[in-house]
Design a binder for this molecule. Structure first.
Ligand code: SF4
Length: 112
């Protein structure tokens, strides 16, 4: 009997993101954010720094895989500050025959 998939594995084989030990965060700062909880727990961010939405563009090369179902991003949102970097990674993933499930909150008005 096969084990049922839970969490993001219900939708994609693997996750990709641009968070690292050097930079992690998301300006949406959702109250229920598991990525924030884990980043603070393991010293990769703080309550204040998380809201800055830091990301690590140098991580792109590590995130490129081949022939997978990929959910992106898993530990931050796609925002105006990281949009071009996110699009670059998505393009690299598509070039390598991955199927990419793009997830986005799209809830924050970044103009205010
Ligand atoms: S959008 Fe996602 S990553 Fe960003 S704070 Fe909300 S739950 Fe966390």
């Amino acid at each position: 009997m096969s084990k049922s998939k839970t969490g993001t594995k219900e939708w994609a084989e693997i996750n990709r993101n641009l968070s690292s030990n050097k930079a992690s965060g998301c300006p949406n700062d959702c109250l229920y954010c598991y990525a924030k909880y884990m980043a603070i727990k393991f010293g990769r961010s703080t309550v204040t720094d998380w809201q800055k939405g830091l990301f690590d563009p140098e991580k792109i090369n590590q995130q490129v895989c081949k022939g997978k179902e990929v959910m992106f991003p898993s530990a931050h949102d796609i925002t105006p500050d990281n949009l071009s970097t996110c699009l670059h990674l998505i393009e690299r993933l598509l070039e390598k025959d991955n199927k990419v499930l793009i997830v986005n909150k799209g809830v924050k008005n970044y103009d205010n």
